[in-house]
Write a protein that binds this ligand. Structure first.
Ligand code: 6R9
Length: 631
């Protein structure tokens, strides 16, 4: 199923549009099913109701593990690279991984988990995280992985939203020279989580933790009580596989739901093609499994294709900004898939960290998470790929399950900062504000997708109406991505960024409303407005305008208090980079904050504020500009 020439891409693309069911039916033959489907696709975008491979039965872990055992059991599946380079890396072959997954699946059962139960996973980037994820899938439980940077309150909200019965965590995590007390955070979260019955704790950093009788058990003790034989649960193609929470433009994060069959086919197909993965090669995705990139391109995609992946616990700059290059050299990495924010950060250290590093193993480079600027693209291309490794700039989203618009390595001619062309099966469309299609080339508009693909979300957990409103109601009969996009004269796509109130900070999606709600929880704050502004390394920084009328103490300390509140409510990743105290916000007569104006001020471009005549009090703008100058 691997595309090897541009001509073949064009043919496959054509076929996928003219006869999607036949196309995906054939792709799906490359996977192992317990029972075949009776219908490849039925769908409507009104409800929405999307079903792929109806009637088919499978277990995704049989595709990721069991089916490789006969021929590739001794092949490395995961090479774990610890935070501390002095520590030994650990290799898990497919056989070992299979054994650990089965054993831990039995631990889950022993602790009361069964098919359909929701299980929250809050863990460091260790092999046991992948094992926990796969063990859930093995028994048909639904995992909800939460990134290790989220706060107790964020965790509690997510656990309660999906009524998780079990939590899997570790005592702590290493991140560079920092230690994060994961179990402490979980303890705080669980105070408000009545549905959680059991918490399984992995020993990792071996920091003291409290273990509550009747609720908390150690991973290491539990695995001793079970064997490593665990028949995989038979799942329907449309049974839920996992929930992953992501931020939107309004309110609290929503639980994006992916199902077993379509997601598996899409993650596997896109992994194999986009990276042109060849058996025996070493693939290194630097994302965290807590994000969709880790789900699809560390766990399910690569393992379904029998690939060898590096799983890295640490950060790019620890113990030095050479760390990625050391890992590439040490494990002879052939494919490096990372984020523009990491590239820009490493770029800022100049070329010294690259001196003497052997990067000759690199064959394919990948970028994901946010638009990659041309400077970073060229640096990646020249310094890391030595102008020999194609860069795949992969555009996709938590909701899409897998890569949507991207070059296919060695096949699609690349162009700096362009995600280039849609993958087979993906039908992008640009629309104007009214939902009218913008045809032709050399145009830009809002990016929508007009036909279903197997990896797309099916619902948002517990609130189907919200799924409909967020993605399928803005424009009739289309999935709306929330991104703006340009299609150039060659028909190449370039994603220009979010057109809604979602920020992208270091490749992490954060809703402005979420940050505002957190700031507003701080005593003394009357109101706030948050916008993004261009940031050299993070892509976007967070700029908060805050009304805090009765400032008695130190202004800087008050700012820090506000940041602390945001850290408590959401997590450190949502901390504003700038906080500006103002006496009022620019509002229309109907009371809406004019973010357009605040964005301009945050960007430092106050020469063209546009029409301010609809403002209730235009004087407030002058005041804010004045205050911003002094910040
Ligand atoms: C996979 C992932 C999705 C949002 C998406 C877009 C931005 C992702 C991009 C990109 C430009 C790329 N985005 N990849 N923008 N070029 N190659 O990141 O999922 O965390 O849900 O974020 O990220 O704005 O809408 P997610």
């Amino acid at each position: 199923m691997q595309i090897t020439s541009f001509k073949q891409y064009e043919e496959d693309y054509k076929k996928s549009v003219e006869n999607p069911e036949q196309f995906w039916g054939e792709v799906a033959q490359n996977f192992q099913w317990r029972k075949p489907w009776f219908k490849v696709l039925s769908w409507n975008f009104e409800e929405p109701n999307i079903k792929w491979f109806e009637g088919a039965k499978l277990n995704i872990t049989e595709n990721c593990l069991d089916r490789h055992l006969a021929t590739n059991g001794d092949k490395p599946a995961i090479i774990w690279e610890p935070n501390n380079p002095e520590e030994e890396s650990v290799t898990y072959t497919y056989k070992m991984l299979h054994e650990r997954v089965c054993r831990f699946a039995n631990v889950l059962k022993r602790n009361g988990a069964k098919k359909g139960d929701r299980i929250c996973i809050y863990m460091p980037m260790v092999p046991e995280l992948a094992i926990a994820v796969l063990a859930c899938a093995r028994i048909g439980a639904v995992h909800s992985v939460i990134f290790g940077g989220f706060s107790a309150k964020s965790i509690a909200d997510r656990i309660n939203d999906s009524q998780c019965k079990l939590v899997i965590t570790a005592d702590g995590a290493y991140r560079g020279n920092k230690q994060i007390p994961l179990k402490d955070v979980i303890d705080d979260a669980l105070i408000g989580c009545p549905t959680v019955e059991k918490c399984i704790v992995l020993t990792h950093v071996r920091t003291p933790v409290s273990m509550l009788k009747g609720r908390d058990v150690w991973w290491e003790d539990e695995v001793k009580h079970v064997n490593d034989i665990c028949e995989a649960e038979e799942m329907d193609a449309e049974d839920m596989l996992f929930i992953l929470y992501t931020s939107g433009s309004t309110g609290k994060p929503k639980g994006v739901v992916h199902t077993c069959g379509g997601y598996m086919v899409y993650a596997g197909y896109t992994f194999s093609n986009v990276f042109n993965y060849k058996p025996g090669e070493v693939y290194f995705c630097t994302a965290d499994i807590g994000w969709i990139t880790g789900h699809s391109y560390i766990v399910y995609g690569p393992l379904s294709q029998g690939a060898t992946s590096v799983l890295f616990e640490g950060v790019p700059t620890y113990p030095s900004p050479s760390r990625f290059w050391d890992i590439v050299e040490k494990h002879k990495v052939n494919t490096l898939y990372t984020a523009p924010t990491a590239i820009r950060s490493l770029m800022s250290f100049g070329e010294d960290p690259l001196k003497g590093k052997d990067l000759s193993s690199i064959r394919v480079l990948g970028s994901v998470g946010e638009p990659i600027n041309e400077e970073a693209w060229h640096w990646f291309d020249e310094k890391i790929g030595h102008s020999k490794a194609p860069i795949v700039d992969t555009w996709w989203q938590t909701e899409t399950g897998g890569i949507m618009i991207s070059p296919i390595a060695t096949v699609t001619p690349t162009k700096p900062s362009y995600a280039t062309l849609p993958l087979p099966g993906i039908q992008p469309i640009l629309v104007d504000e009214n939902g009218t299609e913008i045809t032709g080339n050399g145009v830009s508009g809002n990016l929508c997708i007009k036909f279903p693909w197997p990896g797309m979300l099916r619902t948002t957990y517990g609130d189907h109406e919200r799924c409909k409103q967020t993605y399928f109601a803005t424009y009739e009969n289309m999935y709306f991505t929330g991104d703006g996009c340009l299609r150039d004269e060659d028909g190449y796509y370039r994603i220009t960024g979010r057109v809604d109130d979602v920020l992208n900070v270091s490749g992490h999606r954060i809703g402005t409303a979420e940050v505002e709600n957190a700031i507003n929880m701080h005593a003394g704050v009357v109101e706030s407005a948050v916008v993004g502004y261009p940031h050299d390394v993070k892509g976007q920084g967070i700029y908060a305008f805050v009304i805090y009328p009765e400032m008695h103490g130190d202004v800087d300390l008050t700012k820090k208090d506000i940041l602390q509140t945001v850290t408590r409510v959401i997590g450190a990743i949502a901390k504003p980079d700038k906080v500006l105290f103002v006496t009022g916000l620019p509002k229309t007569r109907s009371g809406k904050i004019m973010r357009r104006i605040l964005r301009k001020i945050a960007e430092g471009d106050t020469s063209s504020l546009g029409d301010t005549s609809t403002l209730l009090d235009p004087a407030v703008v002058e005041e804010i500009i004045e205050a911003a100058r002094k910040l």
